[in-house]
Structures are given as C-alpha cells and as structure tokens.
Design a protein. Structure first.
Length: 293
C-alpha cells in the first residue's frame, strides 16, 4: 500500500510493505545509559555554533560624526571580539553610518547587472513577453524593494539604478545600448526609478493617513488642522513640518517628505477613499508628469 507523506522538499511516496521496522530495544538502552555524554556533547556543539554565528550578527549604532567623540566600540563576548563595522545589512538593505545608501546602491546595481547578463545569454531563446516577465520578477522587483528609503537622495546617487532599469528595458526589446529610453519606458508603462520611489512613499503616506499602517507611521503623518470651516479643510492636505524646526539635514525624513509630496498631488488624487483607486490615479499622475511631452 502506498501513501503520501509530507516532506521538506515536496511529496514523497512511502510503501508500507517495505517500511523499516522500529528501533531495536537495545538502542534505547544505550541512549539512556549515555544520556549525560550526549547532553554534554550537545552543549559543546551549541557553544561552538554560537561562536561561529557571532561573525554573522550585525548591529548599528549611530554617532554624530561632527560632535561625537571617537569611541572604541569593540565588545568582548566569550572568546570572540566583536568589532564595529561601517555597514550593516537589514532586510536586504545595507545601512551606512551616514545613511547615504551608497554601499546598498552599489551592491544592488552589481546584483541586477549580473542578472541582466544571465538573461541576455538566453534572450535569443525567449519571446518578448517571457523576457519582460523574467526581468520584472528578477530585476525590477529588486529595484522596488525598500526603495522608499532612498527618498530625498540626490539624482546622481540614484542614477546607477536608473541605468539598470534602462538596460532592462533595452534587453526586453533587444535594442542596442544607446537607444533612446523614454519611448521604451512609456511602452512598458514603467515609471522611472525616481518616480517609483515617490510612488512607494506616497503609498505609505496614504496608508498612514487612511489606514492600515503601523502606529509609528500614523503618529507622524497628520492631517492639516483648520480652525474653522474653510475651503482648505476639504482639500485633504497633510501638515508639513517646517525645516527651521527640524533642521536642513532632516529634509529626507519621511515625516517631512511625505506631507510635502502629498500636498503637491492633484485634489482628485488626494481625496480618494479607496486604496486601489488611489494607487491607479497616483501612477497615472506620475506617469503623465514624467512622460508628458
């Protein structure tokens, strides 16, 4: 008789007629008599695993580079010495001490270029639709991952990611390197990288304003308070903090960028009550803004 048994890699077939017999009684006696040695060996193995895993743990402490004194942050833990590093990885994003994301952009560009190189090798055997699906699932999804963290960066810092998107679009259409990219992006209905970053930030702002969103985001996104019933009370604007209060270095904060970008949206986009409709209108607005002739 054959039955289906769950397996980590899928489904396997087991024949009951050939199933192995249960362990012999003598094996249980041996394990019971040597349980102390087995537990000691297990504790030793766990300690060795802990020491080896310390090399993979990463944390980050931010100290102001202009006012903070130089500190030795090396920590001794058992037989291991934990030394500070300039970058740390969290959720696939490389964070630096200055939050410039230069290391993350470099690493992301290299990984996407490698994927495009491999797709280009099999491009003659793929149709245009299959190539587009492959590029969107492997490359474009990487460009969109946590891209709201790049909001407010200079265009020069984001340019390597835009070049990756341009190369991906040319690969789909099998066009040479210096082909004009705007008609290709318009044909694919792809927003540029800068617009995709703004799109993700405004989506988070909508969820923080209308819900659902984490409480820490809802606490920093507040609607503009109007003392009495005015025409401005029906425009669904957000309260934008002043840079004089937060300082010019805080211009990349979500609490500063999101209300400013939100208030720049047309009234027909800001006042939408459905998330799906807002997403559609927001993409249409950004598409027209970046590709209007």
């Amino acid at each position: 008789m054959v039955e289906l048994c769950p397996n980590f890699f899928g489904i396997r077939f087991v024949d009951r007629s050939t199933r192995s017999s249960p362990p012999a009684p003598w094996l249980s006696d041996v394990l019971h008599s040597n349980r102390r040695e087995l537990r000691r060996a297990e504790r030793k193995w766990r300690r060795s695993q802990l020491d080896s895993d310390l090399h993979t743990y990463q944390g980050m402490t931010f100290i102001p580079s202009t006012t903070g004194p130089h500190r030795d942050l090396a920590i001794s833990f058992g037989n291991s010495l934990i030394t500070p590093t300039e970058d740390a990885r969290s959720l696939g994003v490389i964070l630096g001490g200055q939050l410039s994301f230069s290391a993350h952009i470099t690493n992301l560009t290299q990984s996407c270029r490698f994927l495009l190189y491999n797709i280009r090798r099999i491009r003659p055997f793929l149709s245009q639709e299959a190539t587009q699906l492959l590029v969107q699932s492997l490359v474009i999804s990487r460009l969109d991952h946590c891209n709201s963290l790049l909001a407010g960066l200079p265009l020069g810092a984001i340019r390597p990611l835009q070049l990756v998107q341009n190369a991906a679009a040319r690969l789909i259409f099998s066009l040479p390197k210096f082909t004009h990219i705007t008609p290709l992006l318009r044909s694919l209905h792809w927003l540029p990288v800068v617009a995709r970053i703004r799109f993700k930030t405004l989506m988070l702002a909508y969820k923080a304003k209308m819900g659902p969103a984490p409480p820490y985001l809802m606490a920093i996104v507040k609607s503009r308070a109007v003392p009495r019933a005015l025409r401005a009370s029906s425009t669904a604007r957000l309260d934008a903090p002043s840079l004089r209060t937060h300082g010019r270095q805080a211009s990349r904060l979500f609490s500063v960028l999101a209300p400013r970008w939100w208030n720049e949206l047309p009234l027909g986009v800001r006042t939408v009550e459905s998330l799906a409709v807002f997403k559609h209108r927001l993409k249409t607005h950004l598409f027209v803004m970046h590709f209007s002739e």
